[in-house]
Structures are given as structure tokens and as C-alpha cells.
Design a protein around this ligand. Structure first.
Ligand code: SF4
Length: 398
């Protein structure tokens, strides 16, 4: 379990608002902001953010995820994906405060990887991740019991995607598994299979929480079949799987997905190819397998950025990832055609919870000597999550 601290309040249990569930103002503290949230219409927001950041100097380090709004990104000291940002935070031990403009699980990872003297702040606590929320620790513990009851747990190694709560990372560490990112999922899966007899043996991987990254890696990178993968649905007894299905499976995929990348379809790819002759399609591995198979290139956020940087002037691209990043890439590459893969707008709504008013509120509060929306992972979870993260860092080629 993680504990969230707010203002000067004593540490308290404060679950993040789960998407799609009832409105809970107690857990939406970033929305309430104790009545101090600047109005979005305030014409001085940019100046206020600049002044507060200047007043804090090197005491504050602002991290910005690639999917953040431009109004926030302009104040980031570094831009990156979730893992790069957590490492950047750890490389700045002199910064007393780390403001994480991203989502909750990212701020947790930053808290795990930074020193005890550093405080990590998430400007809006309602900035969660729909995918991470799809795997609650109680559900995962129950699932593991189901695997034990079915007699397969001894041959299962858990692998969790970076996009998961600290509690899930800790579960993975406790059970001898590893964390992975979208860049190193293939290496992580090969390592996990090696712990139980190799890719062509009979051992299994439990992949959390993104079924698409797990399936795409197992099938497209490791050469396993689609029928080697089963989906564990936490809402059904024993995941909706029989003992025989669990015994035969090589990859047990958690029923989770990204609400942004899960929207793209093979039809989107066909439509853009028909509309833009010669277009190259590049998609994130959180997309569905039909999209990955239809795309020309597949890769992480950082890979997508590097591919566009290296692309020939005049080339045409359709990008299957979050819209803030695609817009920024289009602006950065006026010599190339940059299209969004879907015809409908698709921001990450939780990433977008972090806006300029919340950033100003977080910065000005620090100037006033108040740490708001601090993210703290409890010691035991932090220890075991770090074990799983260290295992990832020890993987070959990382
Ligand atoms: S883009 Fe998807 S995986 Fe990333 S934070 Fe948003 S919901 Fe989560």
C-alpha cells in the first residue's frame, strides 16, 4: 500500500480515485487544492510559474512526461518516458523537491528511486493511469492463490510493466520477478522464461497489467503463438480459466489495457494508408496486436521520437500514440508529414489532469514552505519494488 501525504497533514491512507468509479472528493485532493487552485483564466499563470520556479532554484526539479500538455512541458527541466524520468530524478540528489508532471505510478517510482531526503510531488492526485488501476494488489494476490490452487504457481515468474502501482511492483519483487518497460519487454520476458526452463520449455510468465504489451512481446518478439497466451480476468473465479488452460498456457496475460493505445485499430491503419500514399505507420506496443501487425514500425515513446528525428524530409508518418506527443512531433518536424493514426481526438485524460493551475499551486506552495500532494511509498513496498526494479536494471543490455 502506498501512503499519500497532503499539505502538513499527518500521513494518512488516501486511495487514488479509480477511474469510472464514484466521485470521491476526499481522494481528489488535487482538485480541491484546499481552495487555493489558481483560476485557469488567470492571465498571470505563466509568469507565476516562472517566478516560483526561479525562487526555488536548484531546490526543485520538474519532470515532464512526453504526454503532458505544452503549457506544463514548458516548465519541465527534463522530458521523458516514465522510466527515464524516474532515473533523472534519482540522478539529482541535490533537488529537495521533485515535481512529477505525469501520473501517480510514475511519481511512486520516482519516490522509490530517490533518496529519503527528497520529496516527490504530484500536482494533481487525480492523475492516475487507467491501465495501472486495472490491477489492484488484492486482485493480484487472489490471482496468485488461484495459480497455487491450480498447481502451476511454482512454474510462473511474474513480470510487471512499469505502468503499475508500487504495490504490484513489490508483489513482483517478492515472487522473484522483474519490472519491464516498453523498450525492454523482450529482454525481460526472455529472462523470466530462463528462470523456468527457457522460452521453449514449459514454464510460464504472468504478465501485468497490460495484456497488449505482453501479447505483442510474446508473439511478435519471442515467436510464441497467440494460443500460448491466455487472459486472466480478475473479475471471474480463477480468472475465467480452467486448470487445463492454466497448465497449457505459456503467458498468462492480466486483463488490463491502456485506454489511449487500446483505441487504435487495424481499420485506422488501412484508412490512413488509403488517404496518404506512402505513409509509414509507427505504433506503440501498448496497441492491440492487429495494429502492431499492420504497422510498419513498433516502438516505445522514446523510439517513436528517435524514428521521427531520423526520418527523411518529405516522408509521411502516421503515429499511434498519445495526441499531445504527436502534436509536438508535428510541430518539431515541419519538413515531414505527421498524422495522428486515429481520426478522433485521443488525449490521455488522466495525464491531462496536470495543468498550469495545478503546477502553479504546487510550486507556489513549496515557495511558501508547504509540501502539497507528496507521494510516499511505504517502506516494505518500496524495498520489494526496488528489488524488482534492480532486477530489471541487471537485465542484459539495459
Ligand atoms: S497513456 Fe495509457 S498507460 Fe499511459 S498514463 Fe495514460 S492511460 Fe496510463
Amino acid at each position: 500500500m502506498s501512503t499519500l501525504l497532503h499539505d502538513f497533514a499527518e500521513p494518512q491512507q488516501s486511495p487514488l480515485l479509480l477511474l469510472g468509479q464514484n466521485r470521491d472528493l476526499d481522494s481528489e485532493r488535487g482538485v480541491e487544492c484546499t481552495g487555493e487552485l489558481p483560476a485557469p483564466s488567470d492571465p498571470n499563470l505563466v509568469e507565476r510559474a516562472r517566478a516560483a520556479k526561479e525562487a526555488l532554484g536548484d531546490r526543485v526539479f520538474v519532470l515532464g512526461h512526453h504526454y503532458q500538455r505544452d503549457e506544463v512541458v514548458q516548465f519541465a527541466d527534463v522530458l521523458g518516458d516514465s522510466f527515464k524520468l524516474a532515473r533523472e530524478a534519482a540522478a539529482r540528489p541535490d533537488a529537495e523537491y521533485v515535481i512529477f508532471c505525469g501520473v501517480h505510478f510514475m511519481a511512486e517510482s520516482a519516490d522509490i528511486l530517490t533518496s529519503d531526503s527528497q520529496q516527490v510531488v504530484l500536482p494533481d492526485l487525480a492523475a492516475g493511469c487507467s491501465m495501472a488501476d486495472m490491477a489492484a494488489i488484492d486482485q493480484v494476490e487472489d490471482a496468485w492463490e488461484s495459480l497455487e490452487d491450480a498447481g502451476v504457481a511454482d512454474s510462473v515468474v511474474p513480470v510487471t510493466y512499469m505502468n503499475s502501482s508500487a504495490a504490484i511492483k513489490a508483489f513482483t519483487g517478492r515472487h522473484g520477478g522483474t519490472v519491464c518497460t516498453s523498450s525492454n519487454a523482450e529482454v525481460a520476458l526472455r529472462w523470466a522464461f530462463d528462470q523456468v526452463g527457457g522460452v521453449h520449455g514449459t514454464g510460464k510468465v504472468l504478465f501485468l497489467p497490460d495484456q497488449h504489451l505482453g501479447r505483442n512481446t510474446a508473439v511478435e518478439k519471442l515467436g510464441l503463438g497467440l494460443d500460448d497466451c491466455v487472459i486472466f480476468d480478475p473479475r471471474k473465479p480463477q480468472g475465467g480459466l480452467t486448470d487445463a488452460e492454466l497448465a497449457d498456457a505459456r503467458v498468462i496475460l492480466w486483463r488490463g489495457h491502456c485506454s489511449v493505445h487500446g483505441r487504435f485499430s487495424a481499420k485506422n491503419v488501412a484508412d490512413i494508408r488509403a488517404a496518404v500514399p506512402g505513409v509509414q505507420v509507427i505504433a506503440h506496443p501498448e496497441c492491440r496486436n492487429e495494429v502492431i501487425r499492420a504497422a510498419d514500425h513498433v516502438g516505445s515513446t522514446e523510439h517513436i521520437i528517435q524514428t521521427l528525428d531520423a526520418a527523411e524530409p518529405g516522408s509521411a508518418w502516421a503515429i499511434g500514440t498519445e495526441l499531445n506527443l504527436v502534436r509536438r512531433l508535428a510541430a518539431a518536424h515541419p519538413d515531414k508529414q505527421v498524422h495522428y493514426l486515429d481520426s478522433t481526438v485521443c488525449f490521455c485524460s488522466t495525464m491531462n489532469r496536470i495543468d498550469l493551475p495545478h503546477l502553479v499551486w504546487a510550486l507556489e506552495s513549496l515557495v511558501a514552505g508547504r509540501v502539497v500532494n507528496r507521494i510516499v511509498v511505504d517502506e516494505d513496498d518500496a524495498h520489494w519494488a526496488r528489488v524488482a526494479l534492480d532486477q530489471m536494471l541487471a537485465l542484459p543490455g539495459i
